[in-house]
Design a binder for this molecule. Structure first.
Ligand code: HEC
Length: 176
């Protein structure tokens, strides 16, 4: 009960509580080192296997390609699950700067933290969406289904975007 009481008190008083802020998985690290890099592997392999119409042709994918896709999807899934199941997510480590921090109207780590703490359920739903997308990628690997892989790869970008728009650059009209 103690840690919960502390978190609640911090919320009520609106003060910075380092104990609460610096607990849980590090979102920044997971985005930068796992989710972004591993998703790129899925996109790159798929892009190389596209036919003239932009569909993924499974005949252009080797067993090694499918294995790489599965490994990458597994890593993204585990990272997303760790975010989804954490009682508290840390935007970044204390003192750590996130991408575009300091640019005019861009969010810094503390702004992201505030957004996360304000809408943990919404954030959790987005992480679940990412888990679901990875399950679809893994299913496409099991059936060696290029069309399905292409379809989920195309949608994946939007899953990233929609969470970023809300929690990372809500002040921006256009973003990455
Ligand atoms: C559940 C919400 C959510 C989802 C889904 C999500 N992100 Fe993020 N991502 C964030 C937030 C919030 C930040 C900004 C804060 C940070 O960097 O810690 C971020 C930051 C990033 C960064 C910048 C890291 C840096 O160097 O500062 C990259 C790159 C990134 N995400 C890639 C992706 C990709 C690719 C996907 C989809 C495959 C994705 N993200 C899905 C929430 C999400």
């Amino acid at each position: 009960m103690r840690p919960l009481a502390i978190v609640v008190t911090c919320g009520l008083l609106g003060v910075v509580c380092y104990g609460a802020e610096s607990s849980g998985p590090n979102l920044h690290e997971l985005m930068k080192n796992v989710i972004s890099v591993q998703s790129q592997i899925i996109w790159d392999i798929g892009n190389r296997a596209q036919d003239d119409e932009g569909n993924i042709d499974a005949r252009k994918l080797t067993a090694a390609d499918w294995a790489k896709i599965a490994a990458a999807a597994g890593r993204v899934k585990r990272a997303a699950q760790s975010l989804a199941s954490a009682p508290h997510v840390m935007a970044a480590a204390p003192g750590q700067k996130i991408q575009s921090e300091g640019e005019p109207s861009a969010f810094g780590a503390s702004d992201v933290q505030r957004a996360l703490d304000a809408q943990p359920k919404v954030f959790g739903a987005f992480t679940q969406q990412l888990v679901g997308s990875m399950d679809e990628v893994l299913a496409s690997v099991t059936s060696h289904d290029g069309r399905k892989l292409g379809e989920v790869s195309n949608r994946l970008d939007e899953v990233c975007e929609s969470c970023h728009k809300l929690f990372w650059y809500p002040n921006q009209k256009e973003g990455k």
